[in-house]
Design a protein around this ligand. Structure first.
Ligand code: TXA
Ligand code: MG
Length: 343
């Protein structure tokens, strides 16, 4: 394909002109990657089937995996769907713009390949100022999956996007590192109570402060493989780093044991954990994910991408308590891991 354009909207004084140029490319049916508060998205006009097809091509994405439509306002969101339960208005008023996606009955405005033939469509209002400004400038719904090659960790910087998609897309708006670091919470809003299809930036506990009852898609526990996830994307292998990653429960001592055994066996081992765990360990190559669960979410995909085949054979990764943002962290880590050593 053609050269991929790159606009740096942090360092430039010409932000508005850059955003306008990126918006025009989107309106003309091209693909442009842009930052959201969660991860970078790869956008295309959600009403234009040919434009949306370019997203699937660039990512190598399975055709049966629907995309999220991004809009700038509540009114635009409402204009894409029908049969909106009352609790959705409450959720929108509390959490949007923000890292939450509502799955609702589609009214047919979005192209068929956005919804992958489903009757429903996922819609969200991102809170990142660059995303909002881009959306306001094009004034059309923008379909946008995470801007990575399918199967790889999602991109949290423009460099990650570049590594995967340069030459395959029309442009990248570089707005620096994203904040939340894991994707939006996807909730099915077609039932009497909201159902979490993918844990993400807004936790179950936070949702329950606004609506009394929220449940998890039973497929999320992974305990029964016969249950198909309601979010088609949740059934694929995901977030796989270049090097195999083992998830190790039991804290620093247990990780150290596994590490020692592997090193004795001649393996080059990297450790991915928070600072507290790493301080108690004696290892040669480690990447710290920071201190708080929020830091871990923000740094996770970058950490997974940093380990290279040339340097390590195996990554050992710590586990995290499954509440708050920890639900999303553990969901992603289980998917990224090739092996899970449980306590
Ligand atoms: O934070 C995010 O949500 C990011 C940024 C770019 O907005 N986007 C993102 O998109 O993570 P993607 O395509 O990587 O993941 C979308 C997830 C997939 O698991 C997909 O199956 C699910 O949402 N999904 C989309 N539409 C759906 C629908 N109508 N019904 C059920 N699941 C849906
Ligand atoms: Mg994705």
């Amino acid at each position: 394909m053609n050269d991929t354009k790159r606009w740096n909207v942090i360092k430039s004084k010409n932000n508005e002109a850059m955003i306008k140029e990126a918006a025009q490319l989107l309106m003309d049916g091209n693909t442009v990657a842009f930052p959201t508060e969660t991860v970078y998205g790869l956008g295309a006009d959600a009403t234009n089937e040919k434009a949306v097809e370019k997203i699937f091509q660039a990512k190598g994405r399975p055709q049966d995996n629907p995309l999220i439509a991004h809009v700038a306002t509540k009114e635009q969101l409402i204009n894409l769907v029908e049969d909106i339960p009352d609790y959705v208005y409450r959720l929108i008023d509390h959490f949007s713009p923000g890292p939450i996606t509502y799955v609702l009955k589609s009214n047919g405005t979005c192209a068929e390949n956005v919804t992958a033939g489903l009757q429903t469509v996922g819609v969200r209002i991102p809170s990142h100022p660059v995303a909002l400004s881009l959306l306001k400038n094009c004034n059309i719904p923008i379909a946008a999956p995470s801007a990575n090659t399918s199967g790889k960790p999602s991109p949290t910087t423009a460099d990650h996007v570049w590594e995967d998609l340069a030459g395959k897309i029309a442009g990248v708006v570089d707005g620096g590192a994203t904040g939340v670091g894991v994707e939006s919470t996807v909730i099915d809003c077609t039932q009497d109570i909201p159902i979490i299809l993918r844990p993400g930036g807004i936790s179950k506990e936070e949702l329950e402060e606004v609506v009394e009852m929220v449940s998890f898609d039973p497929a999320l526990s992974g305990e029964d493989e016969r249950i198909t996830p309601k979010a088609p994307g949740m059934k694929y292998t995901h977030y796989a780093p270049e090097v195999p990653m083992w998830l190790v429960a039991g804290g620093s001592e247990k990780i150290q044991d596994v590490y020692n055994e592997l090193v004795t066996g001649g393996k080059r081992v990297g450790v991915l954990a928070n600072r507290n765990t790493l301080e108690k360990m004696n290892v040669e190559y480690a990447i710290s994910l920071g201190e708080t669960p929020e830091d871990v979410a923000a740094n996770l995909y970058d950490g997974l991408r940093k380990f290279r085949k040339a340097e390590v054979d195996i990554i050992l990764c710590d586990t995290y308590p499954e509440h708050g943002i920890g639900q999303a962290i553990m969901n992603r880590l289980r998917k990224a891991a090739s092996r899970y050593i449980e306590e």
